[in-house]
Design a protein around this ligand. Structure first.
Ligand code: PMP
Length: 347
């Protein structure tokens, strides 16, 4: 009988081909047209699905993985979730070494996706045998047939975006993109996508978003690593205290820095104006657009594409908690408007 069932063979077939959505209200009064590539449409709800699939399938092509092999990485964030998801479908074991700063929710989420989680002390130096880097390295050495993803220093991270995110944006904009703006963490998204876009049109301007407290912007401008730039900040997934090997700084035209507070408020504004429930770094990239618009970066005919890397549901106890916002000093709960207050009906 002819097969009329229109189903995907597994969840991984849904990775990539995320929608490009025109921004309207939040960019009202800005010069130019603005579009967000909404990466929460990936099945693991973030752009990291792309690198997890690409890096693991490359390892398979090279014969590094066989049934039951182990995949190791050091993150409690989006990458950990994506690797765990790919591991389930492909029949690999997944070990994630995470910092003791990781929330219980995140650890439970990874365990739900079948990962074995090692929680390592946050306040030890990177070369301490108890650090999550060293624990991952040791487990990799001790586990025969394992691979270590190492997203900050793995060139395949960039290649994943060169092969998918870049071509998708070029196609979705009909080649009319003038600016590409994205947050830089490992730098895989911005450099891989930028490399593809600039190969199609070298005039496409690429702008990276960095955090105050991170070394990336200064390194881009001076090629010097300045440890004086480093101090704690709240945005997760953006900026770094080291120079990631997965970033190609030559394809990035400039960096802008954003604050924790403004990015948090802007993330909330995205939900209220565009109806898109996105993560903290989506607020950061949108905040960068506001600053760039103020500086006169864009002209009325420009087509600007930004990446919204993940979904807002991962930040319920952070940016989307009024209490958390108040604890950070970002927000005064007394300013919540009447219509926004929870209305309790008496029993
Ligand atoms: N936003 C979030 C939420 C992330 O987890 C990451 C990845 N660290 C980024 C942005 C930055 O992406 P990339 O690592 O590709 O630079």
């Amino acid at each position: 009988m002819e097969n009329k069932i229109k189903a995907y063979n597994n969840i991984l077939e849904l990775v990539g081909n995320t929608p490009l959505v025109k921004l309207k209200r939040i960019t009202e009064g800005f010069a130019g047209n603005f579009f967000a590539k909404v990466e929460s449409f990936n099945p693991g709800h973030s752009s990291k699905d792309r690198i997890a699939v690409h890096i693991i399938e490359e390892a398979e092509r090279k014969g590094l993985l066989t049934e039951g092999s182990t995949i190791i990485e050091t993150t409690s964030g989006n990458t950990g979730f994506s690797i765990a998801m790919v591991s389930i479908i492909k029949g690999y074991k997944c070990i994630l070494a995470v910092s003791s700063k990781s929330s219980k929710d995140k650890i439970d989420m990874l365990r739900t996706m079948g990962a074995t989680v090692y929680v390592c002390p946050a306040h030890v130096s990177a070369d301490d045998p108890r650090s999550y880097y060293e624990v991952a390295k040791r487990l990799h050495k001790e586990t025969s047939g394992s691979i270590y993803i190492n997203q900050y220093f793995n060139e395949l991270n960039m290649e994943a975006h060169y092969q998918s995110t870049g071509p998708e944006i070029w196609e979705q904009t009909g080649g009319q993109i003038t600016h590409f703006v994205a947050c830089s963490g490992t730098g895989g998204t911005i450099s891989g996508t930028a490399k593809y876009l600039k190969e199609q049109n070298p005039k496409v301007k690429v702008i990276g978003v960095d955090a105050f407290g991170s070394v990336l912007k200064k390194y881009h401008e001076t090629r010097e690593f300045d440890s004086n730039e480093i101090y704690p900040y709240r945005i997760e997934g953006l900026g770094k205290n080291l120079i990631p090997g997965a970033t190609d700084f030559d394809v990035i035209d400039k960096f802008v820095k954003v604050t924790d507070s403004e990015s948090a408020h802007t993330a909330r504004e995205i939900a209220k104006t565009e109806g898109i429930f996105a993560g903290y770094t989506s607020g950061a990239v949108m905040q960068a657009l506001k600053q760039l618009n103020e500086e006169g970066e864009f002209g009325p005919k420009d087509n600007v594409v930004v990446i919204f890397p993940d979904h807002g549901s991962r930040y319920m106890s952070k940016v989307y908690s009024d209490q958390w916002m108040e604890d950070q000093g970002f927000f005064d709960t007394n300013t919540v408007s009447e219509t926004q207050k929870v209305q309790y009906i008496k029993e």
